[in-house]
Design a protein around this ligand. Structure first.
Ligand code: 2P0
Length: 316
């Protein structure tokens, strides 16, 4: 038996992935661009060669078919595997736990299996578990392009700037720690199949990623913030106009958004994004983080402040 442990951080999309053009390979309908978060982490230990599969997620036995599928892809014809994974943040609540989870899983599993895979190959494997996980192999700012290869091998995370490129903070205003009712995959499918705004959303994707990448490279917070908010509100428009509608927002979500807009009226460059959950994430310069945190705190359960995080990696 061989054992390996990896840690990975979740990432938050500044330009969103929402929709698939290939369900089996988990290829996206739109390109996306993310920031890896320094302050949350998943830690996963994989033991290779057990008598049967055993999957323990946050101390609970779990039998996630996606975990087994990714393990099968790491080493076809594999033996039994034990996976033990812990998050130091809420799971399944729109905080990208599946991104860090599958990124840590592939890094630990490949090492435990004795397979020397390139980081691109690891990113493609993580994508098969959860699309956004392909971005969490890398630290800092990461793009996930559409790719053109039929097997999806070029639709993997591409680092565009490391964690120390820009001294920004991403604040997570936690509105609820409950698991979401409608998972991302189901939400995407419903939006794709029923929202009249879907073609517009898909058409907007490439331009938004280009604008965001240029803004990151130029460290232009206003330009990045505008692309970010356009992406978020366009994505939520496809959710709100799905049949039946998908409304991940809670009253505190809206209150936190208004707090961000009020900060901007007061001259603070803070910009919001949301995922498939009620939390509001806010990007700002490091120097403004305390002021932004103080403006959000009255509306939500708590506010976590993140510096940019590093790549997924093996740990002793
Ligand atoms: C993102 N989200 O870009 C987008 C924005 C949520 C909203 O990626 O179906 O768990 O497993 O590929 O990656 C969350 O969905 O979805 C997500 P699957 P995933 O971060």
């Amino acid at each position: 038996m061989r054992e390996a442990t990896a840690i990975a951080h979740p990432n938050i999309a500044l330009v969103k992935y929402w929709g698939k053009r290939d369900l089996r390979l988990n290829l996206p309908a739109v390109p996306s661009l993310s920031l890896t978060l320094g302050g949350y982490r998943t830690r996963t230990t994989v033991t290779w060669g057990t008598s049967r599969d055993e999957i323990v997620l946050n101390g609970l036995m779990g039998d996630d078919p996606k975990v087994r599928r990714v393990l099968d892809l790491v080493a076809p014809g594999r033996p039994g595997v034990r996976v033990e994974s812990d998050n130091d943040f809420p799971t399944g609540a729109g905080l990208a736990s599946s991104a860090s989870g599958f990124a840590a899983l592939v890094v630990a599993a490949a090492a435990a299996a004795g397979r020397a895979l390139s980081v691109d190959a690891l990113s493609a494997l993580a994508r098969r578990g959860s699309g956004s996980a392909c971005r969490s192999l890398f630290g800092g700012f990461v793009q996930w392009p559409l790719g053109t290869e039929p097997d999806g091998s070029d639709s993997v995370g591409v680092p565009i700037a490391p964690a120390d490129h820009w001294d920004v903070r991403l604040l997570v205003a936690v509105v609820s720690e409950a698991r979401k009712d409608v998972g991302s995959t189901e939400g995407m499918t419903r939006s794709q199949e029923t929202s009249p705004y879907w073609p517009t959303w898909v058409a907007m994707g490439p331009g938004l990623v280009d604008r965001a990448r240029e803004a990151v490279l130029a460290r232009d917070l206003a330009a990045l913030g505008e692309a970010m908010e356009t992406s978020t509100f366009a994505m939520h428009a496809t959710m709100h106009t799905a049949v039946p509608p998908l409304l991940y927002w809670q009253p505190a979500t809206v209150a936190a958004l208004h707090a961000v807009f009020a900060l901007r009226r007061d001259g603070v460059a803070a910009y919001a994004t949301m995922d498939a959950g009620p939390q509001v994430k806010v990007l700002c310069a490091a120097a403004d983080a305390e002021r932004v945190r103080a403006a959000l705190v009255p509306h939500v359960l708590r506010v976590d402040v993140h510096a940019p995080g590093g790549p997924a990696r093996l740990v002793p």
